[in-house]
Write a protein that binds this ligand. Structure first.
Ligand code: ADP
Length: 266
């Protein structure tokens, strides 16, 4: 967790990390999950992806993470497409783009010590040996606000919120530039939810981390993201400034999404 890049550093808002250009994706079953989606994620910015269940949010995230390739259109990392044969560049991509998922219970191996779990990306990417990985894991655990001895303990000793902090520590240990978060607080109770949202906001500011947040909850998106993309049936129906979309949505679909949340944070 060395050399944090403050938000607002020169040109920090203008460097595209990941770009989707006119992307379509069709599952083997024939389902067209995405069509004509374009999205640019720049250094330090936070983009929310919203839409009802089945809208294509998870599929979009899988494309951004490189877990699937688009059926049509282009995905670019640092300005050019990823070629699986360029191992060094794939490694740089993996270190630079990390993810956190919804369920903090199933995502941590119960038999592994926390410092080993958190240091795993560094070992598997060949960036550190075991002792270097453990050292950086300890720093990452501190950065997410866990107690000093957390690394020596096991997942079952932690609550849901703490486990999500551990998952976040693992996601930031390789000093990524972009964090993809798929419903990161949906499994948590309301108080813990707010704490984890605050942590994500802090990490963004401290490390200049860009964030893509997938959520069906517009309140969480409003708390974290300046920009929002609304998906319906695999297409972008509305995109732009989060406050504008929340308070003056153009599309009836977006209006319905907004009215389905109990209270709008202003
Ligand atoms: P969301 O995350 O917004 O709920 P998804 O990206 O999971 O939406 O799904 C988009 C569409 O793709 C839906 O119609 C869904 O049924 C379909 N889909 C998702 N995963 C698969 C899969 N593995 N195989 C076939 N169809 C899928």
């Amino acid at each position: 967790m060395t050399d944090p890049q403050p938000l607002g550093a020169p040109d920090s808002g203008s460097v595209p990390i990941l770009e989707l250009e006119d992307v379509g994706f069709r599952y083997r079953s024939g389902t067209a999950a995405l069509e004509g989606v374009s999205l640019t994620i720049r250094t330090g910015e936070a983009v929310g992806i919203v839409g009802e269940s089945g809208a294509g949010k998870s599929t979009l995230l899988r494309l951004l993470l490189g877990l699937d390739r688009p059926t049509i259109g282009a995905v670019r990392f640092d300005g050019s497409p990823l070629d699986g044969r360029d191992r060094r560049r794939v490694r740089r991509f993996r270190a630079s783009v990390q993810a956190v998922f919804q369920d903090p219970y199933s995502s941590l191996d119960p038999r592994q010590r926390i410092d080993r779990i958190v240091g795993e990306p560094l070992r598997s990417l060949g960036l550190e040996d075991a002792s270097g990985a453990a050292r950086r894991a300890t720093a990452a655990l501190e950065a997410v606000g866990l107690p000093q001895d957390a690394g020596r303990r096991y997942p079952h000793e932690f609550s849901g919120g703490q486990r999500q902090r551990i998952a976040i520590a693992r996601a930031i240990v390789s000093n990524p530039r972009l964090l993809l978060a798929d419903e990161p607080v949906s499994a948590l109770d309301m108080t813990t939810r707010i704490q984890v949202i605050d942590l994500l906001a802090e990490l963004r500011e401290q490390y200049g981390l860009a964030l893509v947040l997938v959520s069906h909850d517009l309140g969480t998106v409003a708390a974290l993201c300046e920009r929002t993309l609304v998906l319906q049936g695999g297409r972008v129906v509305e995109a732009g400034d989060t406050a504008q979309i929340l308070h003056d949505p153009r599309e009836p679909y977006t209006r319905r999404l907004i009215s389905s949340i109990p209270r709008l944070p202003r």
